[in-house]
Design a protein. Structure first.
Length: 278
């Protein structure tokens, strides 16, 4: 999966130290990131690549994380003139980019950039917030409000019926490949109750034997994904929520096409079932 970057070591401990010329500078506009495409993969600009066009870049940078000994920072409001080797590329490119540790850095930086962008002003009193010196937190000095990074728990659900697994396609989304059922945890419910509710809402089925498989940080949507398998409890006739799904059907294990790209929890769970491991 995209976070499995071994032997590289990801360290998200907040250490607000100043960048140097060798530090990575992550820059985003909307859903795109500034990067360089090379024959062997992608690369991000370092401060030395941007400093000649942006005199204040060192003072305004926000520390994000390290991978091995490399430090990554968020930069904003930069000039990109004469940076022909770096281009703005959609975040979806991180699904397939190499090296994988830089793809993970890029999408994790994207998640943090969205959070910082949406926390400039206090949601309680409206005053401007500032970066805390010790924690990854935005603080309002006017009312004392503290905001931490937003992470949304969501479930990925592998509903099985013997040698078949329920696969679906989303309605009205750009992503057109087959996926598993999924949904967000609501207030006041356990993760297992989320699984039961989402399956009933989307395809009208009851499930049993709910069991946890694995989790994944998913910076594309600021989610923490929790993968569960479960079995149909009773009839298998599908009543599909057409506002959520374009199609939903049970697929036999030996009819599932192999997917070489296993960066997502969904793809990993489908492949695990295809191989007979679940």
């Amino acid at each position: 999966m995209i976070q499995d970057i071994q032997p590289h070591q990801f360290d998200n401990q907040y250490r607000p130290c100043p960048p140097d010329a060798q530090s990575y500078a992550l820059y985003y506009e909307g859903q795109s990131a500034l990067l360089k495409k090379r024959k062997d993969g992608i690369d991000f600009p370092r401060f030395r690549d941007l400093e000649r066009l942006n005199e204040e870049i060192y003072e305004e940078a926000v520390y994000l994380f390290t991978i091995d000994e490399e430090r990554f920072y968020l930069v904003q409001n930069i000039s990109r003139e004469r940076l022909s080797e770096f281009t703005m590329e959609n975040k979806e490119s991180f699904r397939y980019a190499e090296p994988q540790y830089l793809a993970f850095a890029g999408i994790t930086g994207y998640q943090l950039n969205n959070w910082y962008r949406n926390r400039k002003f206090c949601g309680r009193c409206g005053h401007r917030m500032r970066h805390d010196e010790k924690e990854r937190m935005m603080r309002c000095d006017h009312c004392g409000n503290m905001e931490f990074p937003k992470i949304c728990p969501a479930v990925i659900i592998g509903v099985t019926d013997g040698d078949k697994i329920l696969m679906s396609k989303y309605a009205g989304r750009a992503y057109k490949k087959y996926a598993l059922l999924a949904g967000f945890t609501e207030i006041g419910e356990t993760i297992e109750e989320t699984v039961q509710r989402e399956v009933m809402e989307e395809v009208g089925l009851k499930v049993k034997n709910i069991r946890y498989y694995k989790s994944q940080p998913w910076g594309f949507d600021s989610n923490l994904l929790l993968g569960y398998y479960c079995e149909v409890d009773g009839g298998t006739s599908i009543t599909m929520d057409e506002t959520e799904l374009a199609t939903a059907r049970f697929v036999k294990r030996d009819k599932i096409e192999e997917d070489k790209n296993l960066l997502s929890l969904t793809a990993t769970m489908i492949d695990r079932f295809r191989k007979g491991l679940e």
